[in-house]
Design a protein around this ligand. Structure first.
Ligand code: URA
Length: 444
C-alpha cells in the first residue's frame, strides 16, 4: 500500500513524500502549483520535487490534477461560440516535422475550425513558428483576441504559444530544461496537455514521435506517453486521439525552414513525400470521423484527397497566409522566401549497389544546426535559408556516388561542417533493407 501525503504545510513534505513514492492528493498538487505561481516555492525545492517525480512517477490521477492546476494557472480561451468542434493538433517534436503547415489548412478546408498555437524550435527539434517566418510578412505574434477573431472569421489561425496560457508550465519547463528532468512521462503529459486544454479546442490530436529524433526514443515509452495523454484527456473530459509515429529518421525529405515550407506547399499541391502525405491523411481522417464529417477512415481519406487535388487545400493556405499579413505569392514563387546562396550534393560513399540501412534524424538536425538553422538558447537568431533535402530515406536502394542529400548553405565552412555530420547520419548496407513503418500505434 503506497502512502498518500496528508495536507501539506511545507514543500519539504511533498518532496519527501514523492521521494519515497507516495501519492499526492489533489490539494497537495494545488498547493504546489499555487506556490510556483506566487513564488513561495523556491526553484531548488521545485527542482528536487521534479527529480523525485522523474524517479518515482505519478499516477494518472495525480497527472490529471497537475495538468488541471497548470491549465488554471493562467488565461483559458473560450472558443465555444465558434462551433461544436474546434480542432487542435500537437506534435511532441521532431526533425522535418512540417505537418501543421499542411494539416491546419487541410482541415479548415474540410470545415473543421483549427485553433493552433505553436512553438519555436529548441534543441535539435524545429518549430512551426520559425518555419512560418520564412513566409514574407507572416505575423506569428498575434494577440489572443485576433487569434479567436481569425478562427471565427476564416476557420483557422496559427499563433505563437503565449505566456498567458498555462504560465505554470513556462516556469516548470525552464527548470526542467536545466535540471535533467525533461524526460518524465507525467511531466511531459502535464506540460503538453495543460497548454492544449487552456488553448480552448474541444478535440485534440496528438502526434507522439518516437525514435532518435524525438524526446521518446523507444516505441514503448512513446505508447506509454500517448496513453497517459489520452487518459488525462478522458479524466478532464476533453477527447484526445493520439498516434505514435516514427521519428528515427526525419519526416519527409526537407529539414530546415524555407525548404520545409516548400515541402509543405508541395504536399498541399499533391506532390508531397509519401510519409508526410500519409501522416496528414491519417491524422486528418481521425479528425473528420470524430467531427462527424465522414462515416469512416476511407470516406475521410477520399474527402481529404479531393481537397488536395481540387486545389481547395492550397487556396485555404493562401487565405491563412493573407489573414496573417503574409505574401501568398510564395505559393507559386519560392524565391520570395529566404534562399541559401549555394546548393551542393552530399554523395553516397564508395561504389556499387547499396541500401540505406539507417538515417539518424538527430544527426541530420545537428548538420542543419551547424549551419545556423537551430538555436542553442531561447532567443538565438536562426538562419531560415539553410537546410538539407534528403534524396533517399531508410530502405531506399542507391549506389556509391549517387546523391544522398542536397545541402543548402551560405558558406563553404557551413557545407564542410554539415557534411561531416551527415557522414555520421547515413548508414548503408549491401543487403536489402525494409522500409520502416511510419504509424506505429493509434490510441484514443
Ligand atoms: N513539449 C512540451 O510542451 N513539454 C514537454 O515537456 C515536452 C515537449
Amino acid at each position: 500500500m503506497v502512502a498518500v501525503t496528508t495536507k501539506p504545510v511545507r514543500m519539504i513534505d511533498l518532496i519527501l513524500a514523492k521521494r519515497t513514492g507516495a501519492h499526492h492528493t489533489k490539494s497537495d498538487i494545488g498547493f504546489l502549483v499555487d506556490g510556483i505561481m506566487d513564488g513561495s516555492i523556491p526553484d531548488y525545492q521545485l527542482a528536487a520535487w521534479l527529480m523525485a517525480v522523474c524517479w518515482q512517477g505519478m499516477t494518472l490521477e495525480e497527472t490529471a490534477w497537475l495538468t488541471d492546476a497548470m491549465r488554471h494557472s493562467g488565461q483559458i480561451l473560450d472558443l465555444s461560440a465558434i462551433g461544436p468542434v474546434i480542432g487542435d493538433k500537437h506534435s511532441t517534436g521532431g526533425v522535418g516535422d512540417k505537418t501543421t503547415l499542411v494539416f491546419v489548412p487541410l482541415l479548415a478546408a474540410a470545415g473543421i475550425p483549427m485553433a493552433k498555437l505553436s512553438g519555436r524550435g529548441l534543441g535539435h527539434t524545429g518549430g512551426t513558428i520559425d518555419k512560418l517566418e520564412a513566409i514574407p510578412g507572416f505575423q506569428v505574434d498575434i494577440s489572443i483576441e485576433q487569434f479567436i477573431k481569425q478562427v471565427k472569421e476564416i476557420g483557422m489561425a496559427i499563433g505563437g504559444q503565449t505566456a498567458e496560457l498555462a504560465p505554470a508550465d513556462g516556469k516548470i519547463y525552464a527548470l526542467r530544461d536545466v535540471t535533467g528532468t525533461v524526460e518524465s512521462i507525467p511531466l511531459i503529459c502535464a506540460s503538453v496537455m495543460s497548454k492544449k486544454l487552456a488553448a480552448g479546442a474541444n478535440f485534440i490530436i496528438l502526434d507522439v514521435k518516437c525514435g532518435r529524433g524525438a524526446f521518446m526514443e523507444t516505441e514503448e515509452k512513446a505508447i506509454e506517453l500517448a496513453q497517459a495523454m489520452a487518459e488525462v484527456g478522458r479524466i478532464l473530459k476533453r477527447p484526445v486521439t493520439a498516434v505514435v509515429t516514427d521519428m528515427e529518421q526525419p519526416l519527409g525529405r526537407a529539414v530546415g525552414h524555407t525548404v520545409e515550407v516548400i515541402e509543405a506547399i508541395e504536399t498541399l499541391k499533391g506532390n508531397g513525400p509519401d510519409d508526410l502525405t500519409e501522416l496528414c491523411l491519417e491524422l486528418g481522417s481521425l479528425a473528420l470521423v470524430h467531427a462527424g464529417k465522414a462515416k469512416d477512415n476511407s470516406e475521410a481519406r477520399t474527402k481529404l484527397q479531393d481537397l488536395i487535388s481540387s486545389g481547395k487545400a492550397l487556396s485555404t493556405f493562401a487565405t491563412l497566409i493573407k489573414a496573417q499579413g503574409g505574401d501568398d505569392k510564395v505559393l507559386t514563387d519560392y524565391s520570395l522566401m529566404p534562399t541559401a546562396k549555394h546548393t551542393k550534393p552530399f554523395v553516397v560513399p564508395g561504389t556499387g549497389k547499396k541500401w540505406l540501412e539507417h538515417l539518424d534524424g538527430k544527426k541530420v538536425a545537428e548538420a542543419c544546426k551547424l549551419m545556423g538553422a537551430g538555436r542553442t538558447k531561447k532567443g538565438d537568431p536562426v538562419n531560415l535559408a539553410v537546410g538539407v533535402v534528403l534524396q533517399i530515406k531508410t530502405g531506399d536502394e542507391t549506389s556509391g556516388g549517387a546523391t544522398a542529400a542536397i545541402v543548402h548553405y551560405d558558406t563553404e565552412e557551413q557545407f564542410e561542417a554539415a557534411s561531416k555530420k551527415l557522414v555520421e547520419a547515413f548508414t548503408f548496407s549491401d543487403k536489402f533493407v525494409a522500409k520502416p513503418k511510419l504509424i506505429k500505434a493509434s490510441i484514443s
